[in-house]
Design a protein around this ligand. Structure first.
Ligand SMILES: Nc1ncnc2c1ncn2[C@@H]1O[C@H](COP(=O)(O)OP(=O)(O)OP(=O)(O)O)[C@@H](O)[C@H]1O
Ligand SMILES: [Mg+2]
Length: 261
């Protein structure tokens, strides 16, 4: 892992005007992310997670401060990063493989190379048998995997994921989390994962940034210092679970059902 940070976030402030009043959503955020690292941003609904991710992806502009990606200021979406939205964003009239090829159409590849690349990533997510299906012929989990394949096929240096497994049942979520770990290991992708699920953060991340409920700040950074894949029922996992849960209780927040251990 290189020591030069891929992302540098410095003195970041962001507010929105709501009903004529300014709402300070992010309030002096500072942290770096190394190449190849997986960082989870964990916090309750409305604390500013998506805002932070959208700023890193260049979909929103900062009020004050800087976000640097690979040494360059982020001012708009870049080919170096890919955002994986929660609603999959698949085109219903395109087959699975054509959906995956979609992200490759602006890249200088021949149609054969494009197809080969799409197949490689569909194979990686276990969907090489479904290439000619249409999204409506797939389960929700399969659709999510198509979206993951499409994002990875672009071979981004940086993958931004906004609650990507939030709507899935536990087993599909566990399966996809394992797939993501394998993909990340193979491709050495840097991942920023927004989630409100403590287990997901502990299972996937090298570092968890806990956002406070109202302050718009990173309340605490926790390094998850165990080997992957992690044992969800092991003592280490329980230790981190309690640590994070305590952090939420200390902040006076009411834990949501996902936070219950
Ligand atoms: N485009 C916008 N215009 C005005 N206010 C916004 C906008 N986007 C977000 N906000 C406000 O910023 C705050 C943080 O929103 P954000 O979407 O970042 O929260 P979140 O942590 O991602 O929540 P959730 O877990 O529910 O997705 C909220 O109070 C929201 O109303
Ligand atoms: Mg959000």
């Amino acid at each position: 892992m290189s020591e030069t940070p891929l992302i540098q976030i410095e003195n970041l402030y962001k507010s929105y005007a709501n009903k004529g009043e300014s709402e300070q959503v992010l309030n002096d955020i500072n942290f770096d992310i190394k190449k190849g690292e997986t960082v989870a941003v964990l916090g309750q609904s409305g604390c500013g997670k998506s805002t932070l991710l959208n700023l890193i992806g260049g979909f929103e502009t900062v009020d004050h401060g800087h976000i640097m990606l690979d040494g360059q200021e982020v001012t708009r979406p870049s080919r170096k990063s890919v955002m994986l939205f929660q609603d999959y964003g698949l085109l219903p009239w395109r087959s699975v493989i054509k959906n995956v090829e979609l992200g490759l159409e602006n890249i200088n590849l021949s149609s054969n190379q494009r197809k080969e690349r799409a197949l490689k990533y569909l194979n990686l997510v276990g969907l090489d048998g479904k290439t000619d299906h249409f999204p409506r012929q797939l389960s929700g989990g399969m659709q999510q995997r198509v979206a993951i394949a499409r994002a990875l096929a672009i071979e981004p240096g940086l993958l931004l994921m906004d609650e990507p497994f939030g709507a899935l049942d536990t087993f599909t979520r566990y399966y996809l989390q394992d797939e993501l770990l394998k993909i990340q290991e193979k491709a050495q992708t840097t991942i920023v994962l927004v989630t409100h699920d403590i287990d997901e953060a502990i299972y996937l991340a090298d570092r968890v940034m806990i956002m406070g409920a109202d302050q718009g700040q990173i309340q605490r950074e926790i390094i998850i210092d165990t080997y992957k894949p992690r044992d969800r029922s092991g003592d280490d996992f329980q230790y981190y679970r309690k640590l994070i849960l305590n952090e939420f209780q200390l902040s006076g927040s009411t834990p949501q059902p996902e936070f219950t251990i």
